[in-house]
Design a protein around this ligand. Structure first.
Ligand code: NAD
Ligand code: DAU
Length: 342
């Protein structure tokens, strides 16, 4: 079995590469990643010498390079993690999101049609459903919830999902889609809430919470997401969408206070800053379908997952310190300078 894993040098993709190489010693895993600011080759260092692993530095938008790779590898499956993934960046500059997330998905699927494939899997997001109101805790996203996006990022992911389903219906491409809630865990890029707050707290820097911090996210440990995708690509039904999430809703301010407590840092570091434009209020997944059909359930409790994550960031300072000392400095200044304290 040969699987092309795109975006494997990023957060979830790298965790998926490790999971698959560990669990399936007879699989060949080919990582296709163009190493944007979010891709980090040092993350894949532990598997670079594994004979079942190959890294290829190309973009999923480069048709010629993608076709060449399919000719060389004749993959059985493609799992597409490659994307521009940060909502705040999409608000500043949507274009690259359309290019990578929509066009890149189409190029990969065209290659699948041309060379044949057993499964094309699209790693999507619960953000395609928009958001839920805070005063309706009885509501959850199901696979039938209408697509209703808020940001350029989520719109680009929704467009990609629609293309994937269209390629299934029109060309009979054997596809599946997973729509997961917020992940956390090792190798999470420090621009995102949890690693950003860990890194800032460790450096005794202000912890910038957007608005009142009452927005709710449904947090899932990254390993549980990887296990869900593993189940879907092997046993999930072709043409289907599976929601992935763990009934673990927390407000942003709760998360930041937990991090302060775990690190022994004062809550006085918390600063409330200007809100994200179009900020989604609440995400909450109903995972009934993947549980009933594939037996998936989240295994890591948040209390354990956040401890493991913090421990990882403490033990792997070099990984994130290298990131935040480079180009990230300019990003941080640009992104947070205009977010006035409120
Ligand atoms: P990430 O930003 O950490 O990593 C993205 C990876 O894709 C990087 O390695 C980057 O170099 C690569 N990439 C970007 N553009 C590329 C291109 N044109 N060609 C090849 N590689 C390219 O992202 P992540 O958080 O690991 O998310 C992975 C996927 O999961 C994304 O599709 C995202 O939409 C989805 N998702 C993320 C979450 C989450 O909580 N992080 C939740 C649900 C779904
Ligand atoms: O739900 C799945 C999505 O989760 C994925 O599709 C995205 O790729 C992923 O980035 C994530 O999107 P969010 O926008 O929910 O994640 P982020 O970590 O950027 O923000 C989480 C919440 O924290 C959100 O309500 C905004 C808030 N926030 C974020 C940052 C970076 C802050 O209050 N301060 C911050 O500095």
């Amino acid at each position: 079995m040969t699987i092309i894993v795109t975006g494997g040098a990023g957060f979830i993709g790298s965790n998926f590469v490790f999971h698959m190489l560990n669990k399936y010693p007879d699989y060949r895993i080919v990582c296709l990643d163009c190493l944007t600011y979010a891709g980090n080759l040092s993350t894949l260092e532990p598997v670079m010498d594994n004979p079942n692993f190959r890294f290829v530095k190309e973009s999923i938008t480069d048709r010629e390079a993608v076709y060449k790779l399919f000719e060389e590898e004749k993959p059985d499956m493609v799992v597409n993690f490659a994307a521009e993934s940060h909502v705040d960046r999409s608000i500043e500059n949507p274009e690259v999101f359309l290019d990578t997330n929509i066009k890149g998905t189409a190029v990969l699927m065209d290659a699948c049609r041309k060379y044949g494939i057993k499964r094309y899997h699209q790693v999507s997001t619960d953000e395609v459903y928009g958001d839920l109101p805070l005063d309706r805790p009885d509501l959850f996203f199901t696979e039938e919830t209408p697509i209703h996006t808020s940001s350029p990022y989520s719109s680009s992911k929704a467009a990609a999902d629609l293309l994937v389903l269209a390629y299934h219906r029109t060309y009979g491409l054997p596809v599946s889609i997973s729509r997961c809630s917020n992940n956390y865990g090792p190798y999470h890029f420090p621009e995102k809430l949890i690693p950003l707050m860990i890194a800032n707290a460790l450096n005794d820097k202000p912890l910038p919470v957007y608005g009142e911090g009452l927005n709710v996210r449904d947090w899932l440990y990254v390993e549980d997401h990887c296990k869900a995708i593993d189940l879907i690509i092997h046993n999930g039904r072709v043409g289907e969408v599976y929601n992935v999430g763990g009934h673990n809703e927390k407000t942003n301010i709760e998360i930041v206070k937990i991090i302060c407590k775990e690190l022994g840092k004062p809550e006085s570091l918390i600063t409330h800053v200007a809100d994200r434009k179009g900020h989604d209020m609440r995400y909450a997944i109903d995972p009934t379908k993947i549980h009933n059909e594939l037996g998936w359930l989240p295994e890591t409790k948040f209390e354990d997952g956040i401890k493991k994550t913090i421990k990882w960031y403490l033990e792997n300072k070099e990984w994130w310190e290298t990131i935040i000392s480079g180009e990230y400095q300019n990003y941080y200044e640009k992104m947070y300078a205009h977010r006035e304290e409120i």
